[in-house]
Design a protein around this ligand. Structure first.
Ligand SMILES: Nc1ncnc2c1ncn2[C@@H]1O[C@H](COP(=O)(O)OP(=O)(O)O)[C@@H](O)[C@H]1O
Ligand SMILES: [Mg+2]
Length: 356
């Protein structure tokens, strides 16, 4: 038991073990620090005594105790006894056949609301706003551009001197370049071709592409949950989204040889996207060991045309995000030097995926 306590205290996630009456059996060091309470004083106390406003917590605990299935809640706010409010991700797991009266395990992880691109509805709205602005702008640019191009073609035919067509060709070529840029800004607009797909098949395809691109030098670590079921997805677009993320990791690395990319898949119960709750989701973490997203880009890394590379377009992540969103999912990023993690979360029933 002593050794167990040692292990518990070295975990950075706050852990509270509760008995069937929701009284505290154990509380690890991270949990004590997070809730600003001491284990010695609170062992045996009811969970409601841990917080100033325990309703959020109690509600989750009672639900898990009743339904005997795990619950994960993201970004919930807890009011500490001292009156301070913290934001956490919380996972409650029922424990069956415990030898020491533990009925529920609560894992609590603080959410750094500034660094982490959050899943708040506000964020989803602001992404929609950005996309609407781009659509409007694209429309305004493409129409006159078509006119300019057509006029240059007419002019080319009417020019008395053949050598002058060099100039009309410049106009046509640059108009085409602008049109392509605008199209890429708009992102993929084909209908999603949804078919039952295995996420690992998509990831393996991306691995093959990126291995070839790096001359077989990049190290890819696979940490898959093979039990993940198939779900409706557009394979080509999903490959595009993951490839854009993985390719960034390769490009950010000092050299391909030093680049290690971990692909991790997990099932996720209770995935909330905006106001929609899904019973089952899948989570894909794409982790690299490179220098990290530059600080000044992190807050806007998904916005189109935001780039940290001299030859970048800043469209890769914006396109990836729009593909994931159209599948009803979320794409988030956390980054510090040596550890950058892009997290894709996808609902596996896909009820809310847009198909147009
Ligand atoms: N894994 C990563 N590590 C470090 N920086 C990254 C990573 N992924 C993205 N970035 C940063 O985000 C920027 C935007 O990426 P992206 O939208 O794909 O556009 P582009 O690759 O054309 O610059 C990149 O230029 C880079 O600065
Ligand atoms: Mg890119």
């Amino acid at each position: 038991m002593h050794q167990d306590q040692d292990i518990l205290d070295n975990i950075s996630t706050g852990i509270i073990a509760l008995d069937a009456q929701l009284c505290v059996v154990a509380l690890n060091a991270a949990g004590q620090a997070l809730l600003e309470i001491s284990e010695t004083r609170y062992v045996g106390c009811h969970a409601r005594q841990l917080l100033l406003q325990p309703d959020n917590l109690l509600h989750g605990l009672q639900q898990v105790a009743r339904e005997k299935s795990p619950l994960s809640q993201r970004g919930i706010s807890l009011m500490l006894l001292g009156g301070q409010e913290i934001h956490v991700d919380m996972m409650v797991t029922p424990v069956s056949e415990s030898q020491c009266d533990i009925a529920l395990l609560v894992e609590i992880q603080p959410v750094d609301r500034l660094l982490k691109i959050s899943r708040e509805e506000g964020l989803i709205h602001s992404q929609e706003t950005t996309r609407a602005v781009i659509r409007g702008l694209a429309h305004e640019i493409k129409n006159p551009l078509g006119g300019v191009r057509g006029a240059a073609q007419l002019l080319a035919r009417a020019l008395p001197d053949e050598s002058l067509t060099e100039y009309t060709q410049v106009i046509i070529r640059e108009a085409d370049r602008l049109r392509d840029l605008v199209d890429r800004l708009l992102g993929p607009n084909q209908k999603l071709n949804l078919q039952q797909r295995n996420i690992h098949e998509v990831l393996e395809h991306v691995c093959n592409l990126i291995t070839a691109e790096s001359n077989n030098q990049v190290t890819i670590v696979r940490d898959y949950d093979p039990s993940l079921p198939e779900f409706p997805a557009d394979r080509a677009q999903m490959v595009q989204a993951v490839l854009n993320i993985v390719r960034n990791a390769l490009q950010a690395a000092e050299s391909p040889r030093q680049c290690q990319i971990t692909l991790r898949t997990r099932a996720q119960r209770q995935l909330t996207v905006g106001a929609v709750r899904h019973r089952l989701g899948c989570r894909v973490d794409i982790i690299d060991n490179g220098p990290g997203v530059p600080d000044d880009l992190l807050h806007a890394v998904f916005a189109p045309m935001v780039t940290g590379r001299a030859d970048g377009t800043g469209l890769g992540l914006s396109i990836a995000q729009s593909i994931i969103n159209r599948h009803g999912g979320l794409l988030e990023c956390e980054s510090s030097p040596g550890l950058t993690r892009f997290t894709i979360q996808l609902p596996m029933e896909c009820k809310n995926a847009q198909t147009d």
